[in-house]
Design a binder for this molecule. Structure first.
Ligand code: ADP
Ligand code: MG
Ligand code: MG
Length: 898
């Protein structure tokens, strides 16, 4: 017969910590704490398989469950010396959810199950405390009505008029009437009266009586917990955290212990180390004469756990260390045992019943980035874990938090919160609000700090997004355009902020009750998705001031094999990336060098030139500018390799002109405007992304390739002469046939010879290509005959492999993800099965011909931990990512070796 029920109690347990899949995290750890000899109220876990059965079989339980559960209740009764439903000596239980992966607060719990009008007298007699019994009863009624009678049976209440709110309101009114300040002021007479009013309200509102039968309560509660697996909150959380809905939750039925039996009783939560700072100090909160979630719910200000962690706010309230020194001592022993056993920071829940300590939960505690790093490094130094485990303990994405300016915590606390959204780009930002990308750029250019607020962003907004300190959108999720772009730049960003309503015409935005006008100051905390009015103080980030960060990164660098480069177009970005540990530039784009106001006229002139010599002279106007650009970046990088990509963007981007611009241009190059218009319309393309771009530009206009390679090589020669050794790598973009490569390579080599002759300086340079078309992968062996390096441009390679346009994917991607047609956004994390197969093939073909072929990857994926693992597995030499992702890539590359 299948085991659906796992018992724990009295120092024994059927399950253990490694059975999380079956028992859920909570159940598995309750079992484990029994094995460790810790005081845990006895109980049993109903497995996640029952949840799966429940949903697969029309919300019915397996036949054997009832018998197995009854047997387990018998065992609890034996240990506790009480009977479930026994009128003289009743046993009460809690019914608790518990999924494989913790989903804090997402599912339901019901306490004090088994209290009925028949068992109340017995419990009063036993405890000699009728206030306690009625307090427990009113809690049961509130929780049960909410969780079982309303939520689980999908009686959708109107906003704010759920049964729980109604009952709470009744209690609040009674307290006000009696001039009580806290729940503990309620007397047993108050509570007796309240439970009757509660029951009447329940039957009036829900049209059903609160059950007066323990067994009905028990099974109603168990069902409700399974129901809560599919509650709205839980479903949303699963979607965000990528938890499969098939997993299901377990249910724990556990003997109650009572923290609400008087001043010698209490309930509390604690972390074995501080989850905000990582400090190795026992940190927690507790409340006397309280039960369950009182501590978290903020009903009273909780007391601090010990003297050491008191704050300004808690310095005058008594700590557990002082109030119950014996219990505190026991708890600190448990803290040490748990950390030694689990070798990680634990988040625990405990209850004290009449001077006796009970453990109710332990799990690996959630922590922020800085804390995760400190704990990992500290624990390794303490010998609790080794370096490799320490490296695994920090999620590379968490490093992000350390790399951006942050809000000063104290000023943030005082600030006025006006809206909340999804935390798409971490860090803090302060700026004046503007509503269009053009304004953002305009204001930025005149030296103002701005925050761009949009309904949502599109590629057309890029310039404004770049100019802005931060981006705030009303719509969109964590993979929206705004979120992607901001993350790439390491920019503070909040998306999907439903609280804001934008009126672009009036240039104002309402956030809740606040109305803000263009130019008003706001502050954003992108790490947690909060928006404040006015200016909150920012503190700059300098991760290297963080000792443990430095240590962890040192360990990462020792282990990793992959080199980490950065994508950078300017000396400033390059310097930032070197600071973060970049070992070279994997992609230096040259586009922006052309779009600069002072140069674009020359490039337009070149495109519209009527003959070769005209074209040549137009392009050569650009040479000095380009040489300066390359000098700057090569100098910054010194010996480190710099991959410079020749011009790539679609031709039309240079000649999409307004009437005025055509007029100016006509004057400048001495042509007739109608002539120019004709030229432009001849060059019009239906699908520019697949049109005249990449090496196709250099093939049509060899002057460009000539000029760019000359600029690069002359810059290199000059620097070499000045005693700075440099390593430029010239990259030909969007090659699909090896003949394209040969054509461009020949131009570059010829220029190199000339430069060498003219300058008489020798230096190293290489010529390679960006692999971003399926055909290039398929014929990589041909290309590798001549190319000295490959760099996978996985953005375009993903586009061209799927036939998806990255800029348009937003219209259908949400459906694809919802309906699991795609498991993730292939532009964020590499599609291993398809695009990955092409890459593996190209690596094999390329290295087959040239074992020395240097291979890397640039594009979004270069900074994505899962994709980095793929790169390591496929023998790439390096990954290249945006400067702010360099530390993330360093750690991910180390983890790829573990
Ligand atoms: P969550 O998963 O949301 O943390 P729990 O199942 O841990 O929910 O229950 C919430 C709280 O209820 C616990 O922190 C504890 O204080 C209280 N609780 C649960 N079971 C018991 C019990 N058997 N005895 C006393 N208190 C309990
Ligand atoms: Mg809990
Ligand atoms: Mg490309």
């Amino acid at each position: 017969m299948k085991n659906y029920v796992y018992f724990f109690g009295g120092g024994k347990a059927d399950g253990s910590a490694d059975m999380k899949n079956l028992l859920g995290g909570k159940g598995a750890n309750l079992a484990e704490m029994n094995h460790l000899g810790m005081p845990v109220p006895p109980g049993f876990t109903i497995t996640t398989e029952v949840c799966q059965h429940y949903y697969n079989c029309n919300q019915n339980f397996p036949d054997e469950l009832g018998t197995q559960a009854n047997k387990a209740i018998g065992k609890i009764e034996e240990i506790m010396g009480a009977g479930f439903g026994n009128t003289d000596n009743p046993l009460l239980v809690s019914i608790r959810s518990g999924a494989r992966q913790s989903m804090p607060g997402m599912m339901e719990t019901v306490l004090n199950v088994g209290l009925t009008t028949h068992t109340i007298p017995g419990l009063i007699h036993k405890t000699n405390n009728d206030r306690f019994v009625y307090d427990a009863y009113r809690r049961l009624i509130m929780m049960y009505a909410d969780v079982v009678m309303e939520k689980a049976s999908r009686k959708e209440p109107e906003e704010d008029s759920g049964i729980r709110q109604r009952l709470e309101k009744i209690m609040e009114e009674h307290k006000t009437e009696k001039q009580y300040t806290t729940d503990t002021d309620l007397t047993s007479d108050d509570l007796k009266m309240l439970v009757n009013v509660f029951k009447k309200e329940i039957s009036d509102v829900l049209g059903e009586e609160f059950p007066d039968n323990p067994t009905e309560q028990l099974w109603g509660g168990i069902k409700a917990v399974f129901q809560s697996w599919n509650g709205t909150r839980a479903v949303n959380y699963r979607r965000i955290e990528n938890i499969p809905s098939e997993w299901g939750t377990a249910v724990n039925v556990q003997s109650m212990v009572f923290g609400n039996m008087g001043e010698d009783s209490a309930t509390g939560v604690a972390f074995t180390r501080n989850p905000a700072t990582g400090e190795s100090k026992f940190f927690g909160e507790w409340l006397s004469n309280a039960q369950g979630e009182d501590v978290v719910a903020g009903i009273r200000t909780p007391n601090p756990l010990n003297e050491d962690t008191k704050t300004k706010d808690t310095k005058n309230i008594i700590s557990l260390e002082m109030a119950m020194p014996n219990i505190y001592k026991k708890l600190t022993d448990i803290r040490i045992n748990l950390e030694n056993h689990y070798t990680d920071m634990q988040d625990i829940e405990f209850t004290i019943q009449k001077g006796r300590l009970w453990m109710l939960q332990t799990r690996a505690g959630k922590r922020n980035g800085a804390a995760a790093i400190k704990m990992a490094v500290d624990m390794a130094s303490e010998g609790l874990i080794n370096k490799r485990t320490a490296l695994k303990r920090v999620n590379p994405e968490q490093l992000d938090e350390l790399l951006h300016p942050m809000l000063d915590l104290k000023s943030e606390k005082r600030a006025t919160l006006i809206a909340k959204g999804l935390p798409a780009g971490p860090g803090g930002a302060v700026g004046k609000i503007v509503f269009t990308a053009d304004d953002a750029e305009l204001w930025h250019n005149r030296g103002e700090k701005v925050i761009l607020i949009r309904e949502e962003t599109s590629p057309e907004d890029i310039h404004g997004m770049h100019a802005a300190e931060a981006i705030l959108t009303a719509k969109g999720g964590m993979t929206s355009h705004a979120a992607l772009v901001a993350r790439g730049w390491g920019k503070c960003c909040i998306v999907g902020c439903g609280d804001i309503h934008i009126n672009t015409k009036k240039r104002e935005v309402s956030m809740g009750k606040t109305i803000l006008k263009e130019g008003d100051w706001i502050t954003m905390n992108g790490t947690i998705g909060k928006v404040y009015t006015g200016k909150v103080e920012l503190i700059p980030s300098d991760p290297d001031t963080h000792v443990e960060y430095r240590t962890l990164m040192k360990w990462a660098d020792e282990i990793r094999q992959l080199k980490i480069r950065t994508n950078a177009d300017t000396p400033k970005d390059a310097a930032q990336a070197i600071n973060f540990g970049a070992e070279g530039i994997g992609l230096c784009r040259t586009e922006h060098m052309f779009f600069d106001e002072s140069r674009i006229m020359a490039i337009r002139k070149m495109i519209l030139a009527e003959n070769k010599s005209e074209r040549q002279s137009a392009v050569m106007e650009l040479l000095p500018f380009q040489k300066e650009d390359f000098r700057g970046i090569l100098k910054e990088m010194g010996e480190k390799p710099v991959t410079i990509r020749l011009l790539d963007p679609p031709l039309h981007e240079f000649i999409t002109l307004t009437e005025d611009q055509i007029g100016d241009l006509a004057e400048h190059i001495g042509q007739n405007p109608s002539n120019i218009k004709k030229r432009i319309s001849n060059l019009h393309e239906l699908n520019p992304m697949l049109g005249h771009r990449g090496c196709r530009l250099g093939i049509a206009y060899p002057e460009i390739t000539q000029m760019q390679s000359r600029a690069i090589l002359e810059a290199a020669a000059e620097l070499t002469k000045e005693g700075i050794s440099v390593s430029p790598e010239i990259m030909i973009p969007l090659v699909g046939t090896f003949t394209e490569f040969l054509d461009q390579e020949a131009i570059i080599r010829k220029v190199a010879k000339e430069v060498l002759k003219e300058t008489k300086v020798e230096f190293n340079y290489t010529v390679g290509t960006m692999i971003e078309l399926p055909r290039a992968c398929l014929t990589a062996d041909e290309i590798a005959e001549s190319a000295e390096f490959f760099s996978f441009g996985t953005n375009d390679l993903t586009q061209t492999t799927y036939g998806f346009s990255r800029d348009d994917i937003g219209s259908f991607l949400p459906d694809y993800l919802d309906r699991k047609i795609l498991s993730h956004d292939p532009f964020q994390s590499l599609d291993v099965a398809g695009v990955g197969k092409l890459i593996s093939m190209a690596v094999k073909l390329g290295r087959g011909v040239n074992p020395e072929l240097k291979i890397g990857i640039c594009g979004e994926h270069g900074g994505d931990p899962a994709s980095i693992q793929f790169c390591k597995d496929n023998g790439l030499d390096y990954v290249s990512c945006s400067p702010f992702r360099v530390p993330i890539a360093r750690l991910a590359a180390a983890q790829a070796e573990l």
